[in-house]
Ligand binder design. Structure first.
Ligand code: 8Y7
Length: 272
């Protein structure tokens, strides 16, 4: 139930479970929880180490979600999964009330794409005794891909994360709880994403576990000549393997079975 982040198991596989209405169409809480439990069982059998559950779509252009709505989407699903298995659960949220309720319901990691910058998030997260993933994003989801700009993307993303680590520490969050994520696709062009990936070592060198999320993302589509999202598996596996090779602690993926194969081979070569 609690998350073992010790490095001999790296890279861990984080399987993605979206509980936004577009991902689980028909209404009804029971159906949504039941479908989620089934999908999680499948991801566990395929080799997932962690399940990341999110009720807010952070895709470019996605509408905002109220706290009430996000709680209603996410908490019953966490409770149902918790009753069914001991798999560590990550909650993908920026809202302090959702962080708190999710951890009470059994989540053991907070995954915040806004790096605890929302009002109250830092204080609430400090009180919850779980690891926290701090992700970098330039701008806001609705507009972030409009015109991303950096003078030096690697230095700027690193500096942002270092600053968030210091702010967390001052608020009483032990640095050992912090996982770092460059935030691929969050206010970044393909060239920015590639520079961050090429220099992933810089993030690993901080000594914090690094999380990489590139599964099916648009950079893969663009680099493969406008490949649609359902034809990005091979590209996603290539990047997952490279992330593991470069020292990522956690790789966030949609395709758990295929990623588990790729990362088993990556681990075998690294350990040889
Ligand atoms: C990431 C993420 C998403 C990521 C972390 C998508 C919630 C977009 N991407 N969390 N979330 N890192 N930590 O395409 O890259 O999956 S949502």
């Amino acid at each position: 139930m609690s998350l073992d982040l010790s490095s001999e198991h790296w890279p861990l596989i984080m399987g993605i479970l979206n509980v936004t209405p577009d991902s689980f169409s028909d209404g009804g809480r029971f159906n949504r929880s039941q479908a989620a439990v089934e999908r999680v069982r499948q991801m566990i059998s395929e080799g997932a180490d962690i399940i990341d559950i999110g009720g807010e779509s952070t895709r470019p252009g996605a509408p905002a979600v109220s706290e009430e709505e996000e709680l209603a989407r996410v908490i019953p699903v966490i409770e149902a999964i918790r009753r069914d298995s001991a798999i560590p659960i990550s909650v993908d949220t920026s809202k302090p009330a959702v962080m708190h309720a999710a951890v009470v319901a059994g989540a053991s990691l907070i995954n915040d794409v806004r790096a605890l910058q929302e009002p109250g998030a830092l204080e609430v997260a400090a009180q919850l005794d779980v690891p926290i993933c701090l992700m970098h994003m330039q701008g806001q989801p609705r507009t972030m891909q409009a015109n991303p700009h950096y003078d030096d993307v690697v230095e700027e993303v690193l500096a942002f994360l270092q600053q968030r680590i210091e702010i967390c520490q001052a608020a009483g969050v032990a640095p050992a709880r912090l996982i770092l994520d460059p935030g691929f696709g969050f206010g970044k062009t393909v060239q920015h994403n590639l520079a961050l990936f090429r220099h992933l070592q810089r993030f690993v060198d901080t000594g914090h576990p690094v999380l990489v999320g590139v599964s099916r993302k648009s950079m893969i589509g663009k680099l493969l000549g406008e490949r649609p999202v359902d034809e990005r598996l091979a590209g996603s596996l290539a990047l997952a393997t490279l992330a593991g090779w470069l020292g990522a602690a956690i790789v966030r993926v949609h395709d758990v079975r295929e990623s588990a194969d790729a990362l088993t081979l990556c681990r075998a070569v690294r350990q040889a």
